[in-house]
Write a protein that binds this ligand. Structure first.
Ligand code: SF4
Length: 74
Protein backbone atom coordinates (compact mmCIF):
# COMPACT_ATOMS: atom_id res chain seq x y z
CA UNK A 1 0.00 0.00 0.00
CA UNK A 2 1.26 3.46 -0.82
CA UNK A 3 1.20 6.33 1.63
CA UNK A 4 0.91 10.03 1.07
CA UNK A 5 3.14 12.23 3.18
CA UNK A 6 2.08 15.83 3.73
CA UNK A 7 4.34 18.39 5.32
CA UNK A 8 3.73 21.76 6.94
CA UNK A 9 7.08 23.57 6.80
CA UNK A 10 5.50 26.60 8.45
CA UNK A 11 5.25 24.59 11.69
CA UNK A 12 8.77 23.16 11.59
CA UNK A 13 11.10 24.25 14.40
CA UNK A 14 14.24 22.78 12.78
CA UNK A 15 14.83 20.16 15.45
CA UNK A 16 16.37 17.77 12.92
CA UNK A 17 14.57 14.62 14.09
CA UNK A 18 12.71 13.72 10.92
CA UNK A 19 15.80 13.22 8.79
CA UNK A 20 17.27 11.03 11.53
CA UNK A 21 14.30 8.69 11.23
CA UNK A 22 13.63 9.08 7.51
CA UNK A 23 16.83 10.26 5.84
CA UNK A 24 15.71 8.99 2.44
CA UNK A 25 12.54 11.09 2.55
CA UNK A 26 13.36 14.34 4.32
CA UNK A 27 16.01 17.01 4.07
CA UNK A 28 16.27 20.64 5.13
CA UNK A 29 16.66 24.02 3.52
CA UNK A 30 19.46 26.39 4.49
CA UNK A 31 17.49 27.44 7.58
CA UNK A 32 16.91 23.89 8.74
CA UNK A 33 13.27 23.78 7.70
CA UNK A 34 12.10 20.43 6.42
CA UNK A 35 11.48 19.64 2.78
CA UNK A 36 11.19 16.54 0.66
CA UNK A 37 14.60 15.36 -0.45
CA UNK A 38 13.47 14.53 -3.99
CA UNK A 39 11.00 17.39 -4.46
CA UNK A 40 12.07 20.38 -2.37
CA UNK A 41 9.17 22.53 -3.61
CA UNK A 42 6.44 19.96 -2.90
CA UNK A 43 4.20 19.88 0.17
CA UNK A 44 3.09 16.31 -0.40
CA UNK A 45 4.66 13.23 -1.85
CA UNK A 46 3.77 9.59 -2.42
CA UNK A 47 5.89 7.28 -0.28
CA UNK A 48 6.57 3.69 -1.36
CA UNK A 49 5.75 0.87 1.00
CA UNK A 50 9.37 0.15 1.89
CA UNK A 51 9.73 3.67 3.33
CA UNK A 52 6.46 3.69 5.28
CA UNK A 53 7.96 2.60 8.58
CA UNK A 54 10.51 5.41 8.42
CA UNK A 55 7.79 7.91 7.53
CA UNK A 56 5.62 6.73 10.43
CA UNK A 57 8.48 7.13 12.87
CA UNK A 58 9.37 10.59 11.61
CA UNK A 59 5.75 11.71 11.76
CA UNK A 60 5.37 10.30 15.27
CA UNK A 61 8.52 11.95 16.56
CA UNK A 62 7.94 15.41 15.10
CA UNK A 63 7.23 17.63 18.13
CA UNK A 64 5.03 20.06 16.20
CA UNK A 65 3.19 17.55 13.98
CA UNK A 66 4.53 19.09 10.79
CA UNK A 67 4.45 15.68 9.08
CA UNK A 68 1.17 13.95 8.30
CA UNK A 69 0.72 10.48 6.84
CA UNK A 70 -2.27 9.18 4.89
CA UNK A 71 -2.74 5.59 3.82
CA UNK A 72 -3.92 5.19 0.26
CA UNK A 73 -5.69 2.18 -1.13
CA UNK A 74 -3.91 0.51 -4.02
S1 SF4 B 1 10.84 16.62 13.23
FE1 SF4 B 1 9.30 18.21 12.81
S2 SF4 B 1 10.08 20.06 13.79
FE2 SF4 B 1 11.77 18.60 13.65
S3 SF4 B 1 12.85 19.14 11.75
FE3 SF4 B 1 11.36 17.53 11.26
S4 SF4 B 1 9.48 18.62 10.63
FE4 SF4 B 1 10.81 20.10 11.69
Amino acid sequence: MTSLAKIKPELCISCGLCAVYAPDIFDYDEEGILLFKEEPEAHQQFIPQEQEAALRKAAGKCPVRAILMEKLAD
